[in-house]
Design a protein around this ligand. Structure first.
Ligand SMILES: NC(=O)c1ccc[n+]([C@@H]2O[C@H](COP(=O)([O-])OP(=O)(O)OC[C@H]3O[C@@H](n4cnc5c(N)ncnc54)[C@H](O)[C@@H]3O)[C@@H](O)[C@H]2O)c1
Length: 331
């Protein structure tokens, strides 16, 4: 069998970084190119154990840089593209929406043009359940692939826009593609500005933990390794043109998540500090993953097993997140 060439964008970030490791380990007959701009959210220390592997290579580049991207595609002739690179933090999209449009919308379009021109076999666009907007608290209602797109934050609006472009390149040009829409991820190498790693680091340092509003907003948590397995399946078996929702029915309020972390680390709930709610804060996200389950995917982590493993990972890898918190990782 001939070797395959796989481009992973955003592989210096959280989910893309876990996916790079997953693919490099699992497919020795794939040449994996990790393309990342190394914004504040990207760092390569996480790949120190694979950086010298024959089937792995890192390229620092901006997905919105048309010239660089098209010459890379011409040179490499990729078989597959899995696209994670994005601005991903909702709070940052409220203070600076423009970079979200540039990277998430324009960057995706540059990749789509290059992929179309080079005739790749599959483009997997990694998106988010946030494009569907919010659900109310009725526990019997879930996001399905047919739920209308109603994004509420500049982040989710930029992701929804990129989803529509990917769909249009399939409909108009026949680009072989899938879109995955995943719920909130957690696990190793999660940047400590997001709820779970932020809370773990604050609690370990005995600092106050900020909780938005009354803490009752609900998220559906998925371990990042279950997400990696889902994308692997979609890449190889997804029906062209289809959207797949990814989620494991692990709904928790933000307050429940914070309390679980505090209790596991044996600290006091006095650390909780309620702060002014996020603007446009979506009430609830919850995924119906039936379509992906019918393709053959099943999550392996419950929230209880996943959060315990994740907390232990942050205890064992204090140096990794302390370098980020101090800003030293940028050097
Ligand atoms: N984190 C979640 O819970 C979650 C859930 C569902 C979907 N997603 C989606 O998954 C993808 C990855 O999310 P994440 O949490 O790993 O994000 P992240 O912020 O941890 O990583 C993003 C990566 O993209 C890189 N990047 C940013 N702009 C770039 C550019 N212009 N060119 C090249 N690289 C650039 C960054 O350097 C970083 O390494 C995103 O598309 C996000 O929308 C995330």
């Amino acid at each position: 069998m001939s070797r395959k060439k796989l481009l992973i964008t955003g592989g210096a970030g959280f989910i893309g970084g876990n996916f790079v490791q997953y693919m490099v380990d699992k497919y020795s007959d794939y040449d994996v190119v990790n393309l990342d701009l190394l914004t504040y959210a990207g760092e390569l220390k996480k790949h120190s154990d694979i950086e010298n592997r024959d089937n792995y290579r890192f390229v620092q580049a901006d997905i919105a840089d048309r010239e660089t991207i098209s010459s890379l595609f011409e040179q490499e002739q990729f078989d597959y593209v899995v696209h994670f690179a994005a601005e991903s933090h909702v709070d940052r999209s409220i203070t600076d929406p423009a970079v979200f449009v540039r990277t998430n919308v324009m960057g995706t379009q540059v990749l789509l043009d290059a992929s179309r021109k080079d005739g790749i076999s599959k483009f997997v666009h990694v998106s988010t359940d946030e494009v569907y907007g919010e659900l109310d608290f009725d526990p019997s209602v879930f996001f399905t692939e047919e739920t209308p797109l109603q994004p509420n934050s500049p982040y989710s609006a930029s992701k929804a826009s990129s989803d529509l472009l990917v769909r249009a390149y399939y409909e108009t040009f026949g680009l072989p593609m899938n879109i995955t829409r995943c719920s909130n991820n957690y696990g190793p190498y999660h940047f400590p500005e997001k709820l779970i790693p932020l809370t773990i680091s604050k609690v370990m340092n005995e600092q106050k933990v900020p909780v938005y509003g009354d803490g009752k907003n609900i998220r559906d948590w998925l371990h990042v390794w279950d997400h990696c397995a889902a994308i692997d399946l979609v890449l190889h078996q997804g029906v062209n043109g289809e959207v797949y929702n990814v989620g494991g029915h692990n709904e928790r309020t933000n307050l429940e998540v914070v309390k679980t972390i505090i209790h596991t680390l044996g600290k006091s709930e006095d650390l909780i500090e309620f702060v002014a709610d996020r603007l446009g804060h979506d009430k609830r996200y919850a995924i119906d993953p039936t379509k992906l389950e019918n393709l053959g995917w099943k999550p392996t982590y419950t929230f209880e097993t996943g959060i315990a493993q994740t907390i232990q990972w942050y205890i064992d890898n204090t140096e990794w997140w302390e370098l980020i918190l101090s800003g030293e990782y940028r050097n």
